[in-house]
Write a protein that binds this ligand. Structure first.
Ligand SMILES: *Cc1c(COP(=O)(O)O)cnc(C)c1O
Length: 385
């Protein structure tokens, strides 16, 4: 990896301050004094410009190796604003194992508000993906690893296909974080994140970011316009918190990945576990792609319990360290049942076709000690043996 992420995590977004403050202050102001009508220092109104938000935006642009970053009030606000780049009636090709909220936004909002059409294809089938591209296709939407099944997409290959058809290639990099991979370096045009997850890392903020590639100055201008024009911006206090979270991003993601790999290996040997989905395991169908593309395999481990929904419930109720909650990417370990929680808004037939069944359990492995987490899982899984 060309960039030293441990260092970048600490320095990203830092800027000379007029008082010499080492940490960017929270500029809690909605407006700025003008010297004369229309004469200002570049700051007019905080939806348009805010120094605290800009520090975060510079930081995330540096981390993703992009030209410019934009901070939004949530991950979905970032995604919705990126969709606003498209003319009404456009077609999007997306991978089929997406975050449930993205599917809801695509299928139940933008399908009628902007007449967008979406075709979902398996991320491991580039031929099907290219075949789905038609005359109105304008965008390619990719998540890797995907949620909740940890399917991978070959970023370099998909960026090439996208460029061949002059699409806007967007990667939702929430699950990996820029510590593990930088989609822009593989030729993607835009990266989005739910900064609620690993970027902030402390489960105390809802936020989103988008970063545009240095190769796409056209999109830099358009997204800057939309960010202000549609107004789904992040407030200064949350911007401060996300930037503070980023200071430990490299350390945290390293520990998340180390713990998750150990837990995935342990689960795979457990008699009550049917199978484990983790890119760091040789049993993962795309393990070699994971080794090539990822710097660490991330903190999300999904597995199928050999049991029914009531047994799943029993296991969850016996864990003390894995809190039953939606979300992921915080320092503390969380567990969820995607079928009933994060993916409840995905139509039942789609869930079934994808393998999101009621015995699928998703762990967001935190940065506690692996030994304590494994002891906790051992106790939880011993429930009704
Ligand atoms: C959580 C999440 C989102 C949505 O982000 P919010 O901050 O909750 O709006 C989008 N994509 C992925 C992969 C997510 O995990």
């Amino acid at each position: 990896m060309s960039i030293d992420f441990q260092t970048l995590s600490v320095t990203a977004g830092l800027h000379e301050d007029q008082f010499g403050a080492v940490i960017p202050p929270i500029y809690a102001t909605s407006t700025y004094r003008q010297h004369g009508p229309g004469e200002h220092s570049g700051y007019e109104y905080s939806r348009s410009q805010n120094p605290t938000r800009e520090a975060l935006e510079r930081g995330i642009a540096e981390l993703e190796g992009g030209s410019r970053g934009y901070a939004f009030g949530s991950g979905l606000a970032a995604i919705a604003t990126v969709l606003d780049l498209l003319p009404a009636g456009s077609h999007i090709v997306a991978i089929d194992d997406l975050y449930g909220g993205s599917v809801r936004l695509f299928d139940r909002v933008r399908s009628h508000s902007a007449n967008l059409a979406i075709t979902y294809v398996p991320s491991d089938d580039p031929a099907a993906l290219e075949a789905a591209i038609g005359p109105d296709t304008r965008m390619l939407w990719v998540e890797t690893p995907s949620n909740p099944l940890n399917k991978l997409a070959d970023l370099a290959l998909l960026a090439k296909i996208s460029a061949r058809h002059q699409l806007i290639a967007v990667a939702d990099n929430t699950f990996a974080s820029p510590v593990i991979q930088q989609p822009l370096s593989h030729g993607f045009d835009i990266v989005v994140h739910s900064a609620t997850k690993y970027l902030n890392g402390h489960s105390d903020v809802i936020a989103g970011v988008a970063v545009v590639s240095k190769q796409r100055p056209d999109l830099v201008e358009k997204l800057a316009f939309l960010h202000n024009a549609t107004g789904a911006i992040l407030d200064p206090f949350s911007s401060f918190l996300v930037l503070r979270g980023i200071r430990t991003l490299a350390l945290r993601v390293e520990q998340h990945s180390r713990n998750a790999l150990e837990i995935a290996r342990w689960l795979e040997r457990h008699p009550r576990v049917k199978s484990v989905r983790y890119p760091g395991l040789p049993s993962h169908p795309q393990h070699s792609l994971a080794q090539r593309q990822m710097n660490g395999f991330g903190g999300i481990v999904s597995f199928y319990l050999d049991g029914d929904a009531s047994q799943v419930k029993q296991v969850l109720s016996r864990s003390r360290l894995f809190t039953l909650a939606e979300s992921l990417g915080g320092v503390e370990s969380l567990v969820c049942v995607p079928e009933a929680m994060t993916h409840a808004s995905v139509p039942a037939e789609r869930r079934q076709a994808l393998g999101i069944s009621d015995n699928l359990i998703r762990l967001s492995v935190g940065i506690e000690s692996a030994a304590a987490l494994i002891a906790d899982l051992d106790h939880a899984l011993a429930a009704d043996r």
